[in-house]
Design a protein around this ligand. Sequence first.
Ligand SMILES: [Zn+2]
Length: 410
Amino acid sequence: MKRLLESFCRYVKIETTSDEESTTYPSTSIQLELSKLLRDELKALGLDDVEMSEFGIVTATIPATNGREDGPVIAWLAHVDTSPEFTAHNVVPVIHKGYDGKDIILPNDTSRIIKVDECPDLAACKGKTVITTDGTTLLGADDKSGCAVIMETATRLLEDISIPHGRIRICFTCDEEIGHGVDKVDLEQLGADVAYTLDGEGQGSIETETFSADGAVITVTGVNTHPGYAKDKMVNAIRILADFIARMPGEGMSPETTNGRQGFMHPYVIEGGVHEAKVRVLLRDFETAKLSDQAKTLNDIASTLGAEHPRASIKVNIQKQYRNMGEGLAKEPRAAAIAQAAMRAIGIEPKMEIIRGGTDGSRLTELGLPTPNLATGMHNFHSPLEWACLEEMETGVKLLIELAKGWGKE
Ligand SMILES: [Zn+2]
């Protein structure tokens, strides 16, 4: 476990924040630092086919053990970037060995406290090794815990060739946090039959369903004039857009009033002026068909408002984002079943969970590579209160070894 902790700390200290505004791939060149390090470490370990693409995607192969070369090929994925929602500049991991079960006051910003009563999973880690930030950055356990778990598993499988398994592919991606994690993954080059993202919270969970997601941009174009002489001339895009948002369904249809399997429509960015104003809206539901109902709602508001403001233009532009992975996983039931069996083999009852969001696996599954998401010991991600548990990461390693064995029998 010492080696696992060391690699985790080595990875989190490398700043890899992605950038939604960027037009390059990866969105920030700093991500390549970690990609290169992982490539070099994989080479040093002696894996086969170690490659880093021009986009910073790192792939490698753990060769099959004797006689299992022809079985299904599985892949393990983790992302190197961290969320742009909070800074990751100079991450200083703080290691709480034999954690005492109390609230954790973060040393370099004592106003930030990880509270046990707000975080039941933390209480369960009493006596274990908990890793937090110093309070001034996020930790980046999302998803460097996944990177560390995969690297440690690869190391152990190479150390002990008596563990029977088929060919295993490893893939580290960039820009997951800004929704572009698999844009540059070459599925043919990856060559896997089934894959798992190591990008889930805590331990024991297997996530096999995500939202289906579209994104809408509503653009109102008005007419700007000098406000002192605007009578009968000005058409204020801000007022029309505000009216548009006010007419959107709220209660029972917003993230702040929904839970479980309920979908929502979520205006999350607004920008503009009198001449032009825009709002970006997330459309989310577990049933893909319901996204068209949400689109219809927006289009109906646009046409009603358009009739009230004939001199304004109101455009609704909807882009497909990702689809519920449950739809694709149904075609390869072994993807979840073997993961469940592996979890039971290490003595943990699997929690089958749905994600009110998307993962790289949603997109991969849609492209034909079934990819559930597995827990890897991270908590409170995208925040300075982020923390990870070493023993839960170790559970992730054991799970992957069992998973390799399970698929090796197929
Ligand atoms: Zn993640």
